[in-house]
Design a protein. Sequence first.
Length: 567
Amino acid sequence: TVSETQAPLSDGIELVVDALVANGIDTVYGVVGIPVTDVARVAQARGMRYIGFRHEQSAGHAAAAAGFLGGRPGVCLTVSAPGFLNGLVATANATTNCFPMIQISGSSDRAVVDLQRGGYEELDQLATARPLVKAAFRVERVEDVGLGVARAVRTAMSGRPGGVYLDLPSTTLGAAIAADEAARSVITVVDPAPRQLVSLDALNRAVEVIESARRPLVVIGKGVAQARAEHVVTELVERTGMPFLPMSMAKGVLPDGHPQSVAAARSMAIAEADVVVLLGARLNWLLGHGRSPQWAEDARFVQVEVEPEELDSNRPIAAPLVGDLVSVVGQLATALRPGGIRIDQGWLDRLSEHAARNAAKMAARLAADVSPMNFSTALGAVRDVLAAHPGTILVNEGANALDFARDILPMTMPRRRLDCGTWGVMGVGLGYAVAAAVETGLPVLAIEGDSAFGFSGMEVETICRYGLPVTTVVLNNGGIYRGDDPSQAPPQPAPTALSPSARYDQLAEAFGGSGYHVETPTELTKALEAAYAEGRPAVVNCVIDPTAGTESGHIGGLNPQRAASAA
Ligand SMILES: Cc1ncc(Cc2csc(CCOP(=O)(O)OP(=O)(O)O)c2C)c(N)n1
Ligand SMILES: [Mg+2]
C-alpha cells in the first residue's frame, strides 16, 4: 500500500515483467511455485500469455521452440533448485540447437545458500547452469533487473543464438524500488542480432572455390530456418542450379519436392560432391563429421557460419564466410555469376535417377497392404493427410518414429518441422507442440514414438486445458525401438519393452480431448481428418507391428561395438 505522501513503489516481480514486455516478449512458459508464482500472475495482468505446464522440461522446450519459430527469445519460468534443474535440460538443448531462449528462475536467499546453511531448495544455480548454457547471469540488486533481462535478450539472440540462464534470487524479486526509478531502469534492446557482412576478400575466395566446382552441393542447416534466410538461400540455389540437401529442421526452406533437392539421393550426393557449401549447418555427427568415406577425401568446403570457432571443427574450411546468414548468403548470391559454375550435367542426371529410384521404392513401401501397420504404411496415410493441410507444423521424435517420418513426410514451408535436433533429445514433443500452436495458431501434428511420447505425455493435460489444435499420433510398437525384444530374465520385461496394449488415446479422453485407437491406414486417415475438422486436442493411438523397428533406428552404429561378445 502507498500512503498519500509516499512515492509509488514497484518491486523485482513487477520489474522483470516490465522488462520482458519492453523487449517484445508476449508469452511465458513455465511451472509456478516459490518464489515465482506472482511473476506469472503479474505477467498475465500485464496482458502477457502465461502457459502453465506439468513439468519444467516441457515448458523449457516450449520456450526454445518459440525462439526458433518467433525470431525473438522464448521465455521459460521455473522455481528454485529442482524446478530450475528440470528446466535446465531444455536450456542446454536450446544452446545445442542454437535456439534463442531465456530460462528465468527464482533462487533461494544468497545469504543462506552461499554459507550452505541448509536453506529451502538450496542450490548455487548460477554455477550449475554456467557450463551448460550460452551465458548465465544473476541479478542481486532490484535496480539491475532491467539490465539483466536486456543482457539475456541480446545474448540469446546475437551471434550464434542459444539458451541464457537468468537467476533471480527471492530477495531480488521481493525488493521494493520507487516506481519512477524502476521505469528508468528498464532497457529495451536495440537490434539484438546485428547484421554481419563478410569482406570482399572472403567473398571472392568463396566465389573462386564455388565456381571451380563440377559437382557442387549446398547443405541447408536449421540455422537458415532460424535466421529466416529462406529467400536469399532460394535465390542462391535457383540462380546457380546447385543441388541442395536440407537437414531435418531445414526441410521446407525450399520445398522438399523442389527439382534441385537431392534428399532422396543423400548418400550419393555427399560421397561425390567436390565442393560443399554449408549454410547454417555444422559438420557434426549428423553429417558424419565431414569425414570420408561418407564425404570425398578431396572435397572442399565453403561455410557460412556466424560463430568463427565452429570453422575447421571437423574439416578444413577452404572458404570461411563469417557473418549472419541473411547478409552473407545475399552477398554470395549476388557475387556468383549466372552460369559461372559449370556443373557436370551427367552427375545431376545420375543424382536424379538415383533419387527417382529411391522414391519409387519408398512409394511401394507406403502402399504395401500389410497388417498390422508398420512405420511406412502408417506414415503413408499421414503423408496424404498432411498434403491436404500444408500449413501444419510437424513435431517428431522417437527413433524409428523419427527416421521414417523425416524421410516420408515432406515439408513445403520453412519452420514447419520441429524434432529431436542436434542432441537427439527425447521429451521435446509436447512442449514443442504447445509452443507451435500458441505461437502460430496453426494446426500441429506431433508424430511420436511410444517411448518418446512418455517423456512428456502428461502435457496432454496442458494441451487440453488450453484447447490447442494439437493432434498427437503415437506410433505404438510397444517398445523403445521395437516391442518384441526378448527378456534376458523372464518374467521381467525386456529393458526396451513398453506396455504392448497401451491405450494412449484414452489419456486425451481423461482430460476432455478426443482419443482415437487405430489399427489400419484407413482408420488412421479417418482419425486424422476428424481431428483436423475438430481443431482441438486429440491423441491417436496407432498400433504398429512390434517387429517393425530396428535398434536405435538409423544410428544403431553409435552403440558400443562389443568385440568381446562378438568373439
Ligand atoms: C532424454 C533421452 N532419454 C533417452 C534417450 C535414448 C533414446 C533414443 S530414441 C528413444 C525412444 C525410442 O523409442 P520410441 O518408441 O520413441 O521410438 P521407436 O523407435 O519408433 O520405437 C530413446 C529412449 C534419448 N535420446 N533422450
Ligand atoms: Mg516405440
